[in-house]
Write a new protein. Structure first.
Length: 287
């Protein structure tokens, strides 16, 4: 329930009441959490399906709350969007992640044949409509000396459904600079596939639900056909395909056979501290 009227009904339900109190507590603590340095970022590797090498990582934000411990983004991103904190928080995540990518590049200079590690950062729809997005991104890349093509910004498919040109303009500018744009959670938003041509995206991130349907080996023939169709359409439009939520070797193998390019999931590694990503990439480069 979003309205005040909704809250009145929630009071009749003790569990919802407790949730509302927690939500209230989080809402009051959220605005100062950034100043207090309570957010941190975990990194989950992005692995090339063809050769198994680590190519980069997705940055995933967490909140170390003084009373509630570590909170996942699902607990506070909606609140941050509602209160407007998402703009400074998102900018902080972007800067931290790009700095981290810079550090990895220094550590990995010349190591391995796959080139420097790349960084993926999630963008909320509120950041897309914020006028500072392009300039903030340019400033961060300049300050850190990281090339635009080392950065990929992830935007959900649902955020771009029915997007008009005003919304796409900043993404187009970023794409022209060389920043990759990924369409996140693809396949959940019922977008018109033909619409893809209009969007300045270079990567499709296939939603976890597709990966889940690859649990059996061989998977359901209809599911296989659907993924096969999406992959061939994506490739014909020059888009790379990343799959998320890969938890087993069987899923990885089927998705590789279907032509997916990159994978992410617990099968490879859970999100973790930056040192962990460095270790994985290093182990990889040295065999
Ligand atoms: P997402 O962008 O779809 O990120 C993938 C989520 O799947 C992450 O959850 C990740 O921990 C989880 N995951 C990874 N591998 C597996 C797997 O093999 N199996 C399963 N079951 N799950 C896996 P997390 O970290 O809780 O993030 C949830 C969502 O919060 C993200 O979904 C993203 O939409 C949002 N989010 C995270 N960080 C940020 C951020 O900095 N800014 C914004 N705006 N949103 C963020
Ligand atoms: Ca994402
Ligand atoms: Ca996703
Ligand atoms: Ca998802």
């Amino acid at each position: 329930a979003k309205s005040a009227g909704g809250n009145r009904f929630e009071l009749a339900d003790p569990e919802a009441d407790a949730r509302a109190i927690t939500r209230h507590g989080l809402t009051t603590a959220l605005p100062t959490a950034l100043e207090r340095g309570e957010f941190f970022i975990e990194y989950q590797p992005l692995v090339h399906l063809g050769d198994g090498s680590v190519r980069g990582a997705e940055a995933l934000v967490r909140w170390l709350h003084p009373q509630h411990g570590v909170l996942g983004p699902d607990r506070f991103i909606p609140l941050a969007e509602h209160t407007g904190l998402i703009v400074p928080l998102g900018r902080w995540v972007l800067e931290q992640s790009v700095r981290q990518a810079r550090e990895w590049r220094e550590l990995h200079g010349g190591v391995g044949a796959v080139g420097p590690l790349r960084i993926n950062v999630n963008l909320s729809p509120c950041q897309l409509t914020h006028p500072g997005l392009v300039q903030d991104t340019v400033d961060i890349l300049e300050r850190t000396g990281v090339e635009p093509d080392a950065l990929c910004l992830e935007v959900t498919e649902s955020a771009l459904i029915g997007a008009n040109d005003d919304l796409l303009k900043p993404l187009r500018r970023l794409a022209e600079m060389g920043v990759d744009i990924a369409l996140d959670d693809f396949g959940t938003g019922y977008s018109n596939l033909a619409n893809l041509r209009r969007l300045p995206v270079s990567v499709l991130k296939l939603d976890r639900s597709f990966t889940q349907s690859m649990q059996q080996f061989p998977a359901d023939p209809v599911d296989l056909k659907i993924v096969e169709g999406i992959v061939s359409l994506a490739h014909s439009l020059d888009l790379a395909v990343t799959v998320e939520g890969v938890e087993t070797g069987a899923q990885a193998e089927q998705l590789r056979l279907l032509g997916c390019d990159t994978a992410q999931g617990w099968y490879y590694a859970r999100p973790g501290p930056p040192e962990r990503l460095h270790e994985l990439a290093l182990a990889d480069a040295t065999g």
